[in-house]
Design a protein around this ligand. Structure first.
Ligand code: ATP
Length: 214
């Protein structure tokens, strides 16, 4: 008799995750999972700990307690590098490189989907014609779009998006939603922080509400 195949583990599973600064709790303990094909909307007021949580998940900060598993395995640095694409508040661009050079540089660091070329990604995010513009000459919204192009080129299945709608016009908000939809359709997953439900991708969504620690 052959064993039934077991269900795939979630892309991300956090167990008992807790973070404190100088013994002051910021969040947790938190328990949540994100499956392929769904988004986790992380909501909370200013200072509730949304950015801190994403930075812990990305491995940029160390949790005081708890575990993070990626595809059923402990989230060590190599696995994080393969599985996670992090879009933070700051665009993380090189000011004196052009848009295309920035994409080449970032893809060199983080890898790229073989099907995606940089010029195509720039066109996808509405930056056709800006290939040779230096990052420092771009507006805040254009910089965000350039970061989105990098995200679009990433081979990582798990997107951690910190306030991805910030600095974007309405068309840019729709662009983020279309990108998240397409990513989830391809079997990816996304964690998205927002202050409220004013903008959210129209996808299968779980909600995680963070409240300021008392
Ligand atoms: N580098 C830091 N040093 C000390 N405290 C910090 C630091 N970064 C954040 N904090 C504190 O940690 C708490 C959580 O901050 P965090 O940035 O995670 O909140 P947030 O929910 O993302 O807020 P916002 O909606 O304003 O972006 C806040 O009380 C904040 O003051």
């Amino acid at each position: 008799m052959t064993a039934l195949p077991s269900a795939a583990p979630p892309l991300l599973h956090a167990r008992g995750l807790r973070f404190a600064r100088n013994d002051e709790p910021v969040f947790g303990p938190l328990e949540f999972a994100v499956e392929a094909g769904e988004a986790l909307l992380v909501q909370g007021d200013n200072g509730a700990g949304k950015t801190t949580l994403l930075r812990v998940l990305a491995g940029l900060l160390r949790a005081d307690h708890g575990e993070v598993a990626l595809q059923g395995q402990p989230a060590d640095p190599a696995r994080r590098a393969r599985a996670i694409a992090y879009l933070g508040h700051l665009p993380g661009l090189k000011a004196d490189l052009s848009a295309l050079e920035n994409l080449d540089f970032l893809c060199g660091l983080h890898g790229r989907r073989p099907s995606q070329d940089a010029a195509g990604a720039l066109a996808t995010v509405g930056l056709a014609g800006y290939e040779d513009a230096l990052a420092r000459q771009l507006s805040a919204g254009q910089k965000k779009r350039l970061s989105l192009a990098r995200l679009w080129m990433s081979p990582a299945p798990l997107w951690l998006l910190d306030e991805p709608y910030a600095n974007l016009d309405l068309e840019g908000i729709e662009l983020v939603n279309r990108m998240v939809q397409a990513h989830l359709r391809e079997g990816g997953a996304a964690l998205v922080t927002t202050h409220g439900a004013y903008a959210a991708p129209p996808v299968r969504t779980r909600l995680l509400i963070l409240e300021k620690a008392a």
